[in-house]
Design a protein around this ligand. Structure first.
Ligand SMILES: Nc1nc2c(ncn2[C@@H]2O[C@H](COP(=O)(O)OP(=O)(O)O)[C@@H](O)[C@H]2O)c(=O)[nH]1
Ligand SMILES: [Mg+2]
Length: 310
């Protein structure tokens, strides 16, 4: 399956959510205020959120008033363009080629898909010829290290680890040292998503950041937060919390395939303005896709095929 088809499949539930609500708009009815009410409701139901929906609807109605939306077919085209405009500012890939070793610190609440995403990421960079190692800083549960090791073994890459319950920052330190010594291109650090309290977790992650920075100037170069699309608007709250404590430089949005709440990506761009690096559209190793505004917008607003209009 091509990349675009994966995105399209991944966004199927959100797309259905949008179109079951506004289907009548595309079935030849004249465009009037009622049509826009339907669209607005559809956006809210797809977890676009009130604030961002208002801004989006204003832009859409402006097009209507300017005469750019006359017939129902114009709506799809207009929405696609507006969504692309919204998302373009957060389209930016991880600036990996700037430094060696490049260190990615991954963060995120338990169960959002961090460890799986690390495996997918490692695979992408391995395939592009990079030398990759992983650091198992989720020392909270032995199973977490094992999960990382299973993926690593499949890819034939090394995991730096300590015993269960040991200091995650010490693992991060050793992993960074190893990455330097071995001429590694990319080190990805896995972390725990749950400690005894939220404050505890944030302090732990700050410590990892500090320790890595002491061992290697400028590291971690990417503080990558994973958020789970099935949490919709709640994922935005999580991102805010992490960003306040740890200055997130990039986001991965996982599990878009499992939710109709994919519209929450719009307020991520509109309110948080943190670059979206990748999107997860499945559990397999190849199910992590570089985020682009155009593909996302096209996949979200194309009921039949990428080339067909509404
Ligand atoms: N459907 C789907 N499942 C995912 C995706 N990413 C991760 N998962 C699943 O989410 C679950 C939790 O993932 P895990 O990597 O262990 O989360 P962690 O606790 O944040 O490390 C696993 O069952 C993964 O297979 C995705 O993009 N789509
Ligand atoms: Mg994990």
């Amino acid at each position: 399956m091509g990349i675009f088809d994966k995105i399209r499949n991944g966004l199927a539930k959100t797309r259905d959510q949008l179109f079951t609500r506004i289907e009548w708009v595309v079935k030849g009815k004249p465009i009037d205020e009622d049509a826009f009410d339907e669209i607005e409701e559809a956006l809210i139901l797809a977890d676009v959120g009130f604030e961002t929906t208002q801004v989006f609807m204003t832009a859409l109605k402006d097009r209507w008033k300017r005469g750019q939306i006359r017939i129902s077919e114009d709506i799809g085209q207009a929405m696609r363009e507006e969504i692309e405009t919204f998302l373009t500012p957060v389209e930016a890939s991880i600036p990996l080629n700037s430094t060696k070793p490049f260190v990615i610190l991954t963060l995120g609440v338990n169960g959002v898909g961090k460890t799986t995403t690390i495996a997918k990421l490692a695979n992408i960079y391995l395939n592009s010829g990079k030398k990759v190692i992983l650091g198992a800083c989720d020392t909270f549960r032995a199973a977490a290290v094992e999960q990382l090791e299973v993926w690593a073994k499949r890819m034939g890459i090394d995991v730096i680890k300590h015993a269960e319950g040991s200091d995650p920052a010490a693992v991060a330190f050793d992993a960074t040292k190893a990455a330097k010594a071995r001429g590694t291109d990319l080190l990805i650090l896995d972390t725990a998503g749950r400690l005894h309290t939220k404050a505890n977790l944030m302090e732990e992650m700050k410590k990892i950041k500090r320790v890595v920075g002491k061992e290697l100037d400028g590291a971690p170069h990417e503080v990558l937060l994973t958020i789970d699309a099935t949490n919709g608007q709640n994922a935005i709250a999580q991102a805010r919390t992490f960003n306040e404590s740890l200055q997130i430089t990039g986001l991965v949005i996982t599990k878009l395939d499992g939710t109709a709440k994919g519209g929450f990506v719009l307020p991520i761009a509109h309110l948080l303005k943190i670059p979206i690096r990748y999107i997860g559209v499945g559990e397999g190793i190849d199910d992590l896709i570089p985020f682009t505004a155009k593909d996302f917008a096209t996949a979200l607003i194309s009921p039949e095929s990428p080339s067909s209009s509404l």
